[in-house]
Design a protein around this ligand. Structure first.
Ligand code: HEM
Length: 508
């Protein structure tokens, strides 16, 4: 008589599991890969467990992707994530268009800030896709569209004074550090700009005076940047094995304790701000239309329904996160370029002096329109050093890129950094003049804000803020390199110089 229970003893069970595990391993890491249609796309050698991630982690930001593409002579390549997961990297302008615009419905966002979403249960605009994204984007557009803003009594025209006010605070602070020292002083410009953008986005976003410029070292002010850095920076290139473990958030790590405290702090702050606005509504019967939050709070759909408190909380937090470090890092990179290229810095200063005249201290939207050369300098910085270096998407259905079949479920990294370095003439040279006469073709290979339905909603806001602040800084100060300062480009969501940029600043 055949008795299954008597045959399978523990040793046999373990052996069976081992055989299954080895079969699964060989299938996953060796066989399945060879059956994939993506095999036709050029790819680098990789490790079956860590893929190409060690090289990504060790090298300076952007360099591994650009090197692989140059070596393989292709602007679409295969690379492997932890666990040997097959992915694509793209720097081809036509494929960028295809994914972001022409066939954008077939692609959803992949892997941004997922850990935090899991913890906080919020859905900011920049993580949403499809219909959910469309609904929130529609509600948010009025807060960012120039056309609408010019016609209303709120918006950027009100925000430019905020950019001026915060730039002047920073100028005063730096002037005090320099005092009358004609050799100037070595100033942590990256830290100063970080405080400035944080103040700007808190005031324009929700009328909140954080005063980070004055108090950058205080606990509350440090908390927000730290929260963004530590907890939103786990993306497709920059997470550790620990982050990938499903139970990592339940482990008694110090950083998990800190995360809970930070989340509690940020939640409390956002709730206080929203409650203050609601109180104002009860008192006065209308929202003071001065900031992004008020506009979102008064938005109604066709059925007269507004955003829930949870949605408001998620959106406002999302705008603070998305609008803060991207802009401060772009200004930091621009000052670094100006310090490295004194002729270009002089040219910017001449333009600012010409447009503003000697007596004007406050910049208006009219002035901003005339600062053409400064705009080219900012664009050239965003081309060479885009703060967001890649956008990840996942295909919903089968698709085709040129001659390659792309199966449903493929993860694609649209590499903005490589797009900007592999499609321009003399790409590594800082040459703002190239933007003086840019063509339709050029716009396809310059996408620091993305493109299509998910394009950065705050791009006009960012340009205006950067132009106002940089014009005032260059008008008041001269920036040169501190002898011996060297840096590496590092990325945790935003690509920044490390160590933090210090420049020698003298009064003009
Ligand atoms: C130089 C500064 C900035 C850069 C380089 C930048 C870059 C980007 C990029 C590349 C995206 C597209 C993401 C994607 O396609 O998945 C994006 C989206 C977004 N950005 Fe920005 N950004 C900047 C400033 C700002 C500012 C100042 C704000 C808000 C005040 C902002 C708010 C957003 C939001 C809400 C989204 C999501 C848009 C959507 O999904 O519809 N950004 N940004």
């Amino acid at each position: 008589m055949f008795h299954l229970s008597s045959m399978i003893n523990w040793i046999q069970l373990i052996l069976l599991l081992l055989v299954l595990l080895i079969t699964w391993y060989f299938y996953k890491f060796y066989i399945r890969r060879w059956l994939s249609p993506l095999q036709k796309i050029p790819g680098c050698p990789y490790h079956p467990i860590v893929g190409n991630m060690l090289e990504v982690r060790k090298s300076e930001a952007m360099t591994s992707t650009i090197k692989w593409m140059k070596d393989l002579k292709s602007k679409i390549i295969r690379f492997y994530f932890f666990g040997g997961q097959e992915r694509l990297l793209v720097a081809d302008p036509d494929i960028f268009r295809h994914v972001l615009v022409t066939n954008s419905k077939n692609y959803v966002r992949y892997g941004i800030g997922l850990k935090l979403l899991d913890w906080m249960d919020i859905q900011p605009l920049f993580v949403l896709s499809g219909e959910n994204h469309h609904v929130i984007r529609k509600v948010s557009n009025p807060a960012f569209s120039l056309q609408a803003l010019y016609a209303c009594d709120f918006g950027f025209l009100e925000m430019v004074p905020v950019f001026n006010e915060k730039a002047l605070s920073l100028i005063n602070q730096w002037s005090e550090i320099i005092t009358d020292n004609e050799n100037g002083a070595d100033i942590g410009v990256q830290m100063g700009l970080s405080g400035l953008t944080l103040d700007v986005i808190c005031k324009c976003g929700c009328e909140y005076e954080l005063q980070a410029i004055e108090n950058i070292k205080t606990y509350d002010v440090e908390r927000f940047p730290e929260y963004v850095k530590q907890h939103w920076s786990k993306d497709n290139f920059h997470c550790s094995f620990l982050d990938l473990l499903p139970f990592s958030k339940h482990m008694p790590f110090k950083r998990n304790k800190r995360l809970s405290e930070d989340i509690a702090y940020v939640k409390k702050l956002a709730t206080t701000i929203i409650q203050k606005k609601e109180h104002h509504l009860k008192e006065s019967g209308k929202y003071p239309h001065k900031d992004i939050l008020s506009i979102l709070m008064s938005a109604r759909d066709e059925e007269g329904l507004g955003l829930s408190d949870k949605d408001l909380f998620g959106q406002i937090l999302g705008f603070l996160i998305a609008g803060y470090e991207t802009t401060s890092t772009s200004m930091t990179w621009t000052l670094l370029q100006l310090a490295q290229n004194p002729d270009i810095q002089d040219k910017v200063r001449s333009e600012v002096q010409q447009v503003l005249g000697t007596s004007t201290t406050e910049i208006t939207p009219g002035h901003l329109d005339k600062l053409h050369y400064l705009t080219c300098v900012i664009k050239e910085t965003l081309r060479l050093l885009p703060p967001i270096t890649s956008l990840f998407r996942k295909s919903l259905h089968d698709d085709k890129f040129k001659d390659y079949d792309i199966p449903a479920g493929t993860i694609i990294g649209l590499h903005i950094g490589a797009l900007h370095r592999l499609n321009w003439e003399d790409p590594d040279r800082f040459n703002p003049e190239r933007f003086m006469t840019s063509t339709e073709e050029d716009s396809k290979k310059f996408l620091p804000f993305g493109f299509g339905p998910y394009m950065c909603i705050g791009n006009k806001f960012a340009y205006m803020e950067m132009k106002t602040v940089l014009a005032l800084l260059v008008k008041n100060f001269k920036f040169t390199m501190v002898p011996g300062y060297t840096f590496r480009r590092v990325t945790s969501i935003v690509m920044r110089p490390s160590p933090s940029l210090v420049l020698r600043v003298t009064k003009v």
